[in-house]
Design a protein around this ligand. Structure first.
Ligand code: CP
Length: 316
């Protein structure tokens, strides 16, 4: 595998292989010195044209734990502020001999363009409303680590589906692993067409809440909205927020998930985020190991897939 641009690059077998490889990197991350020399001599650059906390830091941590060199690109302090375009920027970075470019951009499709211009491997760290494949992988890993498998689980993704790259990647990955996915949102927060999406749709969270294995809350992406799509935040919370009262109606073994950043008091109350069934912090922690697995598959001796796990253990 040369690039990871979308979940479909992996398919169900590829997702499974990433998740199995992630197990070994969770073990590495738990060591006193959480580092292996798997990518020594490789260079990974973060090229983020959009803000990020979790994805950027976890990719950089993942690269360091694999002993890769890292470079970080900041739009505000780069020659982009002097008018340098995307292609010149990435060709400049590629000319320095980097091995992987981890890119986030507000426009859908940019990682594909970059992949066509450079020699390096490209990882999509979020493109517009389109895809966020490593978020989907860490979400699958988190669910699998708690429930053993996604097969047959009932998962509701709740909120601003229309503007969510996480929803698009998660739907593909969850369905590939056998989960039954329901999108819960008002019609204004759903994409204009759901043709081809392997999902059910429900406009009332209370209708599905009690039967869920996983409730996955999404932030209202107001930075991507060009018009008012909900009457008010208060009404949105009343109909779609995971309040403490609604959390009380979830099954005892249900999982509460959120990709972050959270808007507490809107799509999720602080009590629900801190509930014993919340795995939101585990999602972040698993993000590092999942991204180690992805970088290892792209740049390391795992490039042909199938993890050489004993080899990794021997590198300790
Ligand atoms: N989940 C996610 O992509 O978070 P960041 O925007 O902080 O990277």
């Amino acid at each position: 595998m040369k690039h990871l641009l979308e979940v479909a690059d992996l398919g169900a077998d590829g997702i499974d292989q990433v998740l199995r490889l992630t197990d070994s990197f969770v073990e590495v991350s738990g060591r006193t010195i959480p580092k292996v020399p798997a990518l020594r001599g490789k260079t990974v650059v973060s090229l983020f044209y959009e803000d990020s906390t979790r994805t950027r830091l976890s990719f950089e941590t993942a690269a360091k734990r694999l002993s890769a060199d890292t470079m970080s690109f900041s739009v505000s302090s780069s020659s982009v502020s002097k008018g340098e375009g995307l292609r010149d920027t990435v060709e400049t970075i590629d000319a320095m001999g980097v091995d992987a470019i981890v890119v986030r951009h507000k426009s859908s499709g940019v990682p594909w363009r970059i992949a066509s211009w450079v020699r390096a491997s490209v990882v999509n760290a979020g493109d517009g409303w389109h895809e966020h494949p490593t978020q989907a992988l860490l979400d699958c890993y988190t669910i699998r680590s708690r429930r053993g498998s996604l097969d047959g689980l009932r998962i509701a993704i709740v909120g601003d589906i229309a503007h969510s790259r996480v929803a698009r990647s998660d739907v593909t990955a969850f369905a590939a692993l056998g989960a039954s996915v329901t999108l819960v949102a008002p019609p204004t927060l759903l994409p204009p067409s759901l043709e081809g999406w392997p999902v059910q749709v429900c406009h009332r969270l209370d209708e599905v809440l009690g039967g869920l294995d996983v409730v996955y809350l999404l932030r209202l992406q107001r930075e991507r909205m060009t018009e008012a799509l909900i009457p008010s935040l208060r009404e949105y919370r009343t109909l779609y927020g995971l309040t403490a009262e609604r959390a009380g109606r979830l099954r005892p073994d249900a999982l509460i998930m959120h990709p972050g950043p959270m808007n507490r008091g809107v799509e999720i109350d602080a009590e629900a985020a801190g509930d014993a069934r919340s795995v939101i912090t585990a999602q972040v922690a698993n993000g590092v190991a999942v991204r180690m697995a992805v970088l290892y598959l792209l740049l390391g001796s795992g490039a042909d897939l199938v993890a050489p796990l004993p080899e990794l253990a021997a590198q300790a």
